[in-house]
Design a protein around this ligand. Structure first.
Ligand SMILES: Cc1cc2nc3c(=O)[nH]c(=O)nc-3n(C[C@H](O)[C@H](O)[C@H](O)COP(=O)(O)OP(=O)(O)OC[C@H]3O[C@@H](n4cnc5c(N)ncnc54)[C@H](O)[C@@H]3O)c2cc1C
Ligand SMILES: NC(=O)c1ccc[n+]([C@@H]2O[C@H](COP(=O)([O-])OP(=O)(O)OC[C@H]3O[C@@H](n4cnc5c(N)ncnc54)[C@H](O)[C@@H]3O)[C@@H](O)[C@H]2O)c1
Length: 506
């Protein structure tokens, strides 16, 4: 039963990192903005994804770094209880009071409840107590409802862990199976191995991190093997059951062509495996099942396909937008927030509620301009141009993997003629002072017709922070002849840029 009704200029569905950013940006010219959230304000990243997973990984990283430097005395075991307690703090004890205060401080209206479309620009928001509130958006609705873990049918009856249960776990299973070979699988296998679990990773394919350069997955496979993690390639779970002894998995393993280090590091499994928990890390799907999308002529469960303004395709009237994981276009917080800034600026400029004279160029907050939005071209603040050419990703495994832009093969498949230049990070002066046996690799993919870097990959300890220089080079389309004048400091790992440019003939 509808008890209340409300109208706002803009309504944002989902108060994850992306929804929060959309709402904040959209409100900058004075539009009234409501954010609807049925769980915790802050979303997946704050409580069950980026933040707690990185809190679980950091102690092992620090320990490995200390162990790699001669002269530091014995480095002990992790204090598991303390690590979990620190993780709890990083996840704000799953209490969103701090983020609610931010939302309110930003002048946004928070509506607690689950939102569903009842028509164009019309929503029903159902609160936990069953109260339903009709909410209308005068100008636009932005869907930022994120994604949920995919759990294959075979695991339906065993109370399998997803990333949520593992990042919020309060005990460490003695034996853990991890299904999948992507980012979640490799990061959480690393974390639970650090915490003392005996970890077996079951990879259906023949490589880890299939969307990265092959040498990255090979290095991570070697790192996991060195940490005592068993990685089984070509391994599929055909049945799963749980009893008092744990979870019993029947695993079929086909021979896979040995891919360099991965072929050497992979293990053969007996057909059965018993573990205390199984973590299913087999990807995510957009959270659109229960949004009432059918009333808009869209199919529930599908990703919301958007253009570079983040406007949803297939719905007329120019009022429906989407950003973040729900679009299937981005799968990281940083790229989702980039899209959030774009759509927020589009809405703030396009629907600027102030009189036209006041809203003329130069007289508007933050340089937003109605005309600027109308005339926007690629690379303007109103177009998410980087999504198709310069998406950065860091995987916090040991070694870390960081890349931006396409792989060499991806660039070639896209029709770009490229040359590839690589350098072993261990040969840098900085490597010898960083650790006794520092090992890693950097590679750039150069578009030979334009003489610019279109992709870069870094693998090694602490390479995460090296990525942004590459992202700047890719986005800026800086010619190698000009990059040559960007002098990296000595002795830092960034000196790899000098070596890569030398390899490219400078
Ligand atoms: C284990 C793990 C680790 C990760 N680590 C990283 C990392 O280190 N760095 C990184 O950049 N990315 C990381 N990611 C990816 C990152 O978490 C996501 O890209 C990001 O959370 C997406 O943000 P979002 O706002 O689109 O969605 P979400 O964070 O999922 O937010 C969506 C919100 O919408 C709400 N909602 C859904 N439906 C409704 C409805 N009908 N009504 C009201 N509210 C609704 C949900 O409750 C949720 O709060 C990780 C992901 C996982 C799984
Ligand atoms: N550091 C980060 O930025 C970070 C960390 C974690 C997650 N994420 C994001 O979250 C997203 C989801 O991560 P993910 O690892 O769940 O997905 P993913 O798509 O990266 O990997 C899924 C893995 O599961 C395998 N798989 C798929 N279906 C399977 C099945 N039925 N049986 C066995 N294996 C199967 C795939 O082959 C792949 O190896 C990623 O796209 C990533 O961008 C980011």
């Amino acid at each position: 039963m509808t008890e209340e009704s409300d109208e706002f200029d803009v309504v944002v569905l989902g108060a994850g990192a992306v929804g929060e950013n959309v709402a904040d940006r959209a409100s900058r010219t004075g539009l009234s903005v409501a954010v609807v959230e049925h769980a915790l304000v802050g979303g997946e990243c704050s409580y069950w994804a980026c933040m707690p997973s990185k809190a679980l990984l950091r102690p092992g990283d620090a320990r490995a770094a200390a162990r790699a430097v001669p002269g530091i005395g014995a480095v002990g075991q992790l204090d598991v209880a303390a690590v979990l307690a620190r993780r709890d703090e990083v996840a704000a004890h799953w209490d969103d009071a701090g983020q609610v205060a931010w939302v309110e401080g930003a002048g946004l209206t928070l509506l607690r409840g689950r939102a569903r479309f009842t028509g164009p620009r019309a929503l029903a928001v159902e609160a936990a107590d069953g109260t339903v509130r009709a909410v209308t958006a005068r100008r636009a609705v932005v869907v930022a409802t994120g994604s949920v873990a995919v759990v294959p049918e075979v695991f339906a009856g065993v109370r399998a862990w997803t990333s949520r249960e593992s990042t919020s776990a309060h005990r460490v299973p003695a034996r853990l199976a991890v299904v999948g070979g992507g980012v979640v699988a490799t990061e959480l296998a690393t974390a639970f191995s650090d915490l003392g679990s005996e970890v077996t990773v079951l990879v259906r394919g023949d490589r880890l991190l299939a969307s990265a350069e092959p040498f990255a997955g090979e290095a991570v496979a070697r790192g996991l093997a060195a940490a005592g993690v068993r990685v089984a390639f070509g391994a599929s779970v055909t049945s799963a059951s749980r009893d008092d002894d744990g979870v019993h998995l029947v695993v079929e393993q086909r021979p896979v062509s040995g891919q360099g280090g991965q072929g050497e590091t992979g293990v053969a499994l007996p057909g059965r495996l018993t573990v205390d928990e199984v973590l299913v890390a087999t990807g995510r799907r957009p959270a659109t099942d229960d949004l009432g999308l059918e009333v808009l002529g869209l199919r529930p469960g599908d990703a919301l396909e958007v253009d570079d303004r983040l406007q949803v395709q297939g719905v007329g009237g120019g009022w429906l937008f989407a950003a973040g994981d729900v679009t299937g276009r981005t799968a990281t917080t940083h790229q989702g927030k980039y899209d959030a800034r774009v759509v927020g600026d589009v809405l703030a400029a396009r629907f600027d509620p102030r009189p036209a004279a006041e809203a003329a160029d130069g007289a508007v907050p933050h340089g937003l301009s109605r005309q600027g939005e109308a005339d926007a071209a690629p690379w303007s603040r109103y177009r998410a141009t980087a999504d198709s050419s310069a998406v950065p990703q860091v995987v916090f495994t040991r070694p870390q993997v960081a890349w931006v832009g396409p792989t060499a093969q991806g660039a070639r498949d896209g029709g770009t003629a490229v040359e590839v230049y690589a350098y072993e990070l261990g040969d840098l002066a900085a490597a010898s002072v960083t650790a006794a046996d520092y090992a890693g690799r950097a590679q750039i993919v150069v578009d030979t017709s334009r003489d610019v870097v279109v992709g870069a990959t870094f693998v090694g300890p602490d390479v995460a922070d090296m990525l942004h220089a590459a992202t700047v080079a890719v986005v800026g389309e800086v010619p190698l002849s000009r990059l040559w004048h960007a002098v990296p400091s000595y002795p830092t790992l960034s000196e790899v840029w000098l070596r890569l440019l030398e390899a490219a003939g400078r």
